[in-house]
Each structure stands twice: as C-alpha cells, then as structure tokens.
Design a protein around this ligand. Structure first.
Ligand code: NDP
Ligand code: MG
Length: 391
C-alpha cells in the first residue's frame, strides 16, 4: 500500500489524482490532503477519502474546518500553512507526494519532499522553473524519485529509455495546442476577457495555467521544466504547435526515429502512469476513439503573436535569476489580468519590463533555496509596484 499526500488536492490535478486513486483502493491510500481557499471542498474530499492529515493555510481555516466537521466522524490531524505542508512532505508515513499546488507557493513543500527522498509526482512546473538546478541536485543527493505529471514531460518520460535522456537522443519536441487565441486577429488580443482566455479548446485546468496556455508562456515554462527534468541543453528542445492535443510530445533519436505518446487530453492518463510507475494501471479514461480523429495538424509557433514564449527562451538562455523573475512577474500579472485590472497583452509587456529592468539589477548567484525565495518575493513586489504605478 502506497501512502499518498496530495498538495493542492482541491484543484484540477487534485481532482484527477483522487479519481485515479479511488479506483485503486487496494494499491493507494490517501495520507494527506491540502487546500488553500476551498476549505468546504477539502472537508467533502476528506469525508470521502479519509486522510490522516489535512493541511489548511491558517488558523481561521482550521477553525472553519473544525466547525464544519461532523461530530460523529473522527477528525484528521490538521496542520497549518507552508510549515504544515513541509512537515507532511517529510513525514515518514507519506511515501509519495503529489505536488499540485499552483505557482511558486508549491516550491517549499516540493523541495522538502525532495530533501526527504520521497517519490514526487510533479505537476507544479513553477518549482523547476524557479529552482531547477537546486531542485534536481536535491533530488539526486537524497535519492528522491521524480515523476512528471505535466502531460508533455510525462509523454517524453514514456518515450525515453527508463525516462532518461542520453546521447542517442537528438531532441525533445514539446507539443502545444496554441490555446484559445491561436487563430484570432492579433489586433483583438488586447480586448479578450479572462473568461475567454480560460476557455481552453482541449484541456480543463485551473485558471492560472489556463491563462498561461492562452499566452503560451505555459509552453515556455515547460521548456524550462524539460531542461531541468531531463538534464538537456535548451538548444535540443523544440516547440511544435499541434492543435488537436493528441500527440502529447515526441522524442527524436539520432537515427531519425521519432517516438511519440498519444492519447485523449485527459490528465488521468499521465497521473495513472506516474502513480503506477513502473507498472501501468487503469486510468478511468475512455479508449481512444479513432473515428473522431480526422486529422493531426502541426504548425511552427508564432513568436510575434505569443511573445511570452520568446521571453521564456530568452530567460532560460540568460540565467536562473531571469527564470525566477519571468515566473514571478507572470504570476502577478496573470493575477491582475484575472481580476480585470490589466489587459491580456499587458502580461507579456509586464514580464518583458521586469526582465529588462529589474532582472538586470539582481546580483550574485542563487546558491541556496532561500536565495530563490528571496528573489521571488522581491520580483513579485516590484511587479505589483510597476502595475500599480501604470494601471
Ligand atoms: P488549480 O488552480 O485547479 O488548483 C491549485 C491548487 O493549489 C488548489 O488546491 C489550491 O487550493 C492550491 N493553492 C493555490 N494557492 C495556494 C497557496 N498559496 N498555498 C497553498 N496551496 C495553494 O490548478 P491546477 O490543478 O490546474 O494546477 C496545479 C499545478 O499543476 C500548476 O502548477 C499547473 O501548472 C500544473 N499543471 C496542471 C495541469 C492541469 O491539467 N490542470 C496540467 C499540467 C500541469 P484552493 O483550491 O483550496 O484554493
Ligand atoms: Mg503541459
């Protein structure tokens, strides 16, 4: 029996993970669940999945959870905040940590799981974007096992021998749907609403990653994620737009062979693969329906329409500090856009200003994880100042 702690249990990845785990009650047991704002949902999930531990953000949320909990059922232990998440990541009873918190808020607990040598199922790509080399070094030093949940990285993992990049691999090709704005007139992009931007053509996801998909920064974050996860030079990673989201990514070998992983756009597939690895387990997804697959289309990415993708490649080529600034400024800008405080096109403008201005003032290397947290906090506060001054 594998004890699973799910950080970000109330989100979209949390839902899909719990759906798969529920089907395999003989194999997995839910050890811990965390929430941030949706405490009522955490309570409902806890009544179904019976975790031993829940993690809530603060004492007010703890109070709400206690008040709502039915008195006739024994209550899970309640832990609080980032410390509660990190303690659970280190908890000897937790075998596997599903890192599915959105944003750099997920980095401390994912990092703690790496330090504790856990099996980590990583959805939180921002952890690798902000702290790639430190994170992977910690995984290696502590014999942790890192398995990708992000569908592209999961596909690449499946197409590489034992999930590892080697000299026989020519390049990794990350596919991208192009999001909801692949074809609209670029002049109309400044007027799109958060609701339009959140409507992804193929995937159903949380709001932040949906906006990242619409700007295509998501693909940029994934290029950085792939670089660190597979230890491959950025020059060997390409992006290919594939609007049907059927091929989840490809590996090209030196002999010219291309291996790809195909499937429905359903996160339960990569989640099942990672949960069961090295076995394959059932995922609850429907069999692939070839009668619906009329065509597979491919295009090269349009860097003019999607400047965020170019900014991510630039940051990766430049420095780890630039990657921290890219990620932090994006999180703040996306939050402002979701609150209707800035336009969709301001997201890229903001990131570019932060990379051109603030990032150049950063001194010294990021040698310790605390350096990453500090720079992330500074970049966030500068981005907010910039946006408050101009909007
Ligand atoms: P959601 O917004 O649906 O869920 C986010 C989760 O994180 C929720 O449980 C939320 O709690 C929690 N959370 C939010 N802010 C904080 C915080 N400050 N501290 C602690 N917990 C917090 O996002 P997704 O599930 O879509 O995405 C999660 C991660 O997985 C992201 O990094 C995303 O990039 C990645 N990912 C997602 C995919 C998808 O298909 N959804 C695909 C590939 C990667 P609450 O809801 O209670 O507020
Ligand atoms: Mg992805």
């Amino acid at each position: 029996m594998q004890n699973i702690a799910i950080f970000g249990a109330t989100g979209s990845i949390g839902d899909s993970t719990l759906d798969v785990i529920h089907k395999h009650a003989d194999r997995f047991s839910v050890y811990a669940l965390s929430a941030h704002s949706r405490i009522r949902k955490l309570l409902e999930l806890s009544l179904v999945h019976h975790p031993k531990v829940v993690i809530v953000p603060d004492v007010a949320a703890e109070k709400t959870f206690r008040q709502l909990w039915p008195s006739e059922v024994s209550m899970p232990e309640i832990r609080i905040g980032s410390e509660g998440l990190c303690a659970t990541a280190r908890d000897p009873e937790a075998d596997t940590v599903v890192a599915a918190i959105v944003g750099t808020a997920g980095l401390p607990s994912a990092f703690a799981a790496a330090q504790a040598g856990k099996r980590i199922l990583l959805a939180n790509k921002e952890a690798l974007v902000a702290a790639g080399s430190l994170f992977m070094e910690t995984v290696r030093k502590n014999n942790a096992t890192l398995l990708p949940l992000d569908s592209e990285h999961n596909a690449i993992f499946q197409c590489l021998p034992n999930g590892k990049y080697n000299a026989q691999v020519k390049r990794l090709i990350l596919t991208a749907s192009g999001g909801p704005f692949r074809n609209i007139d670029p002049a109309g992009l400044s007027a799109v609403t958060p609701e339009q931007a959140c409507k992804h053509p193929n995937w159903s996801m949380g709001r932040k990653i949906s906006i990242d998909s619409a700007t295509m920064l998501n693909k940029g974050l994934e290029v950085i994620e792939a670089k660190w996860m597979f230890d491959v030079d950025a020059s060997r990673i390409d992006v290919l737009v594939h609007p049907e989201s059927t091929i989840h990514s490809l590996v090209e070998y030196i002999d010219g062979s291309l291996l790809a992983q195909l499937g429905n756009p359903d996160m339960r597939i990569p989640i099942s693969y990672a949960l069961g690895y090295p076995d394959r387990i059932e995922s609850n997804t429907e069999s692939f329906d070839f009668s619906r697959l009329l065509q597979l289309n491919f295009e090269l990415p349009d860097y003019q329409r999607f400047p965020c993708l170019r900014l991510a490649f630039d940051a990766l080529k430049s420095s780890q500090a630039d990657c921290v600034v890219l990620n932090a400024s994006n999180e703040v800008a996306v939050d402002y856009f979701l609150k209707n405080k800035i336009k969709f096109t301001d997201i890229a403008v903001t990131i570019e200003k932060m990379l051109d201005g603030f990032a150049g003032t950063v001194k010294g290397a990021l040698c310790h994880i605390d350096d990453v947290f500090e720079l992330d906090a500074m970049a966030r506060s500068h981005t907010s100042e910039l946006l408050n001054a101009t909007h």
